[in-house]
Design a protein around this ligand. Structure first.
Ligand SMILES: Cc1cc2nc3c(=O)[nH]c(=O)nc-3n(C[C@H](O)[C@H](O)[C@H](O)COP(=O)(O)OP(=O)(O)OC[C@H]3O[C@@H](n4cnc5c(N)ncnc54)[C@H](O)[C@@H]3O)c2cc1C
Length: 377
């Protein structure tokens, strides 16, 4: 059976768009699908760390974040009054801009590179033949009939709730830790700087990021399910925090709250014969480190390189090679991210860290630089 495309990329977030762009620039016939109508909102802290920007630069895509607000580092606070400002490094910055904008621009870049993009198309299922190789997809356009599409290689970049990874038994939300994020946008927040903010408290943390146009992104992450029943209340209570209340006194919520979770995704393997996973579909640890976009973009580069090999030489063992490459590149960062997640999940550890870090602020500064992938910038 002839393939309709060399590659079909499922999901047009940053991972999907970058994979589609790399493949299209290499001359592949690429189709990218997304169930959402673009541009679409995505719950996120809206900051790209220096390492993520470096990947964009490598593909001459820096203009997609060019009008984002420069981010010089992170301010970390604790309940007992800890406040440490960690700057990335002289001349090294991240950028903050709404994902709605960023993702739409990356889609445009993929289309300009030659990829075809169809939004409002739900990927319903992957078709796997008797040898265990993924051959195609069943897709359902919003206003049309379900149909089959075939490609020489498929890329699943359909995010942390990936239907593809779930159907193939490749990924799952682990029973623990289970955490949820509530996000909203505000206007009129006082006391913002050129740094993002992470306010770590006993049963939650609160990320605050200034965005262009006077907008401020606020994300609250908690594992307390009882708190989620009334999200506006959880958000309001979080912003009554001693270190935030004055700054939000004159602020107005202009969008939200939106809830997402469970957040963590564990992935057993980043693909099967004929299909490779990229971005959050292949695993996600926690938003706290603010490096999800860098990991998603880098994993898209790795998946696209394997996909090109599959297009040229046949699918074969691309998934196991991709697993080895991901392990070599990401294992240290995954360990770091898990360690930080474990720390903020324990009220006792948060309390002790609050005291300890007040005496050793350089530790926070080092953590901010590592989380920001400054070495990769
Ligand atoms: C609360 C929160 C805050 C965060 N803050 C930051 C931050 O400040 N900085 C940072 O770097 N990272 C942050 N992250 C992580 C970051 O958002 C993700 O790592 C990033 O979005 C991953 O990109 P992706 O392309 O893999 O997936 P996504 O951006 O989720 O894109 C997946 C796409 O797939 C589409 N899709 C899903 N299912 C289907 C289907 N069945 N058929 C067709 N299309 C489908 C979706 O519509 C979506 O467009 C945060 C995450 C959370 C939850």
């Amino acid at each position: 059976v002839t393939a309709d495309y060399d590659a079909i990329v499922c999901g047009a977030g940053p991972a999907g768009s970058l994979a589609a762009l790399v493949l299209a620039r290499a001359g592949a016939r690429v189709l990218m699908l997304d169930r959402a109508r673009f541009p679409r909102h995505k719950l996120c802290g809206d900051t790209m760390n220096p390492g993520a920007l470096a990947i964009l630069r490598r593909h001459a895509l820096e203009q997609v974040a060019g009008d984002g607000l420069p981010v010089d580092g992170m301010i970390v606070t604790g309940a007992a009054g800890l406040r440490v400002e960690g700057r990335y490094a002289p001349g090294v910055q991240g950028r903050a801009l709404e994902r709605r904008e960023l993702d739409a621009r990356l889609v445009c870049a993929a289309v300009a590179a030659g990829a075809r993009f169809d939004d409002r198309v739900l990927v319903q299922a992957v078709e796997v033949d008797e040898s265990g190789r993924a051959r195609g997809l069943v897709v359902k356009p919003r206003d049309g009939e379900a149909r089959r599409l075939r490609a020489r290689i498929l890329i699943g970049a359909d995010g942390s709730h990936s239907r593809i990874a779930r159907q193939l038994g490749l990924a799952r939300h682990p029973p623990s830790p289970r955490r949820w994020a509530i996000g909203a946008y505000f206007q009129g927040v006082a006391g913002l700087t050129s740094c993002g903010e992470m306010h770590v408290r006993r049963d939650r943390y609160i990320g605050v990021a200034p965005l262009p146009g006077g907008l401020t992104n606020v994300c609250v992450v908690t594992s307390d399910r009882a708190l989620l029943r009334d999200q506006p209340r959880l958000l309001a209570a979080s912003l009554r925090d001693a270190q935030l209340a004055d700054r939000f006194a004159g602020a107005r919520m202009v969008m939200g709250p939106v809830c997402m979770g469970p957040l963590a995704v564990e992935c057993a393997s980043p693909g099967i014969d004929g299909l490779l996973l990229a971005g959050d579909a292949a695993g996600f640890i926690d938003p706290m480190t603010g490096d999800g976009l860098r990991l998603a973009l880098r994993s898209a580069e790795l998946a696209a390189a394997e996909a090109l090999r599959a297009i040229e030489h046949g699918a074969g063992d691309g998934a196991s090679r991709l697993a080895a490459e991901r392990q070599a590149e990401f294992a240290a960062k995954w360990r770091f991210n898990r360690a930080l997640r474990a720390l903020v999940s324990s009220p006792t550890a948060v309390r002790l860290a609050d005291r300890g870090l007040a005496m050793a602020p350089f530790v926070v500064r080092t953590l901010v630089r590592y989380a920001g992938d400054v070495r990769a910038a």
